[in-house]
Design a protein around this ligand. Sequence first.
Ligand code: HAM
Length: 438
Amino acid sequence: MFDRLPGFRDFYPEECAVRNHLFRNWRSSARRFGFAEYDAPALESLDLFRAKSGDEIVEQLFSFTDRGGREVALRPEMTPSLARLAGARAHSLRKPVKWFSIGEQYRYERQQRGRLRSFYQFNADILGEPGPEAEIELIALLIHLFTAFGLTEDDIVVRLSDRDLWFFYLQGMGLDDDGCGGVLSVIDKMGRESEEKTLEKLKPYFGARASHFLAKISMLREVSSLEEMEEFLLAHSMEGEARVAVEKRVAEWRTLVSGLNAMGLGGFIEVNLSIVRGLAYYTGFVFEAFDRDGKFRALAGGGRYDHLIEKLSGPQMAAAGLGVGDATLWELLTARKLLPRYVDAADIFVVTGGEAEREAAFRDIGRLREAGFRVEYSLKPVAFGKQFKLAASSGARLALIYGSEELANETVKARNLADRTEQEVPAARVIDFVREAF
Ligand code: HAM
């Protein structure tokens, strides 16, 4: 016996039904928001991910050398592939580009609850729109992706944050771009690591003043409103150009938040600057969605990445997007009893006698299936009694019986499996009869 690999899942029909339900809902939400579906190969060249997604993801790659000597990797996320596709056609695409995809992603993660090595992700991205209007549309879609399943603002919170503001602030502290990036990846892990460990990691950037800066960083992480954000930033060593930049940024924040409020989505969002995102390519607004009780891991994450397409040798192209995983959403919908009960039933079960009766039945089975009905029958011609048992357990509403008597009378017996009433139908009228009955 072979076991499946750790972190991978099998999908028996019941699980496939749930997965289809998620995908159907995701697709219909994306279409309502005017996003077009795209796809790309699951296997890409290793270089596409190297240094583009950040060290953490590169360490988690399923990668190998193929028979042609190419270094390849299974995609850990969709964004680099999307950037590759968009970069190749950047000049002919009508902007803003609004695209979505649903696909399997692979990350060699440490085994833990809610973290798999293969999972599905819904991705939606807007390219060519540099202003916060793109984020309004994306976050509105993100919320719709949850409400479409029956989740409400009591279940979900979307935390909004801003790597630009962190950059302004850290640059004001004298750090260069690499330093800012380094400190942000320390901040990304702050909620999960001890204060001593964080302090150790900050020392290379701030030296003896690390604990002073840790206190400041902790204050900024606690900011939970636009007013607090503005107050903190303006109070902290912001002068001249830096001050103008911060004020402009705060105005963009206002556009974002008031847009979402106007859409009636204010109850879902929260300013929370502790979110900085683990992926290295993010440049501006970033956000993550969680269940409000904090029981599960992140449901979704996203943000702006204005330089990725350029870095992958396309032209400069503004970009922002989001990814929603299937696993946490599945857990949350199960906990809230929002997954529909899956009923896998036939419409019609056909019961047949001997060879001649089977022949007549097969002709009608083909016609009924052509007409769109789900028709089942016992593959092996077993005894009548056994076929009736199969009919009852199939969940079908109707049994059509092709016995020798019926064949001689040129009729078919139709049995309503719910109330057990029966009627004779002329053989030539079977398809019309079924159409009328359903
Ligand atoms: P991410 O935060 O790495 O972002 O992943 C987005 C979501 O995918 C997570 O919130 C989580 O639900 C799910 N996910 C990630 N890793 C795993 C895992 N190992 N097991 C189960 N679920 C997981 C991105 O991937 C970005 N590329 C999203 C994006 C699109 N940004 C811009 N456009």
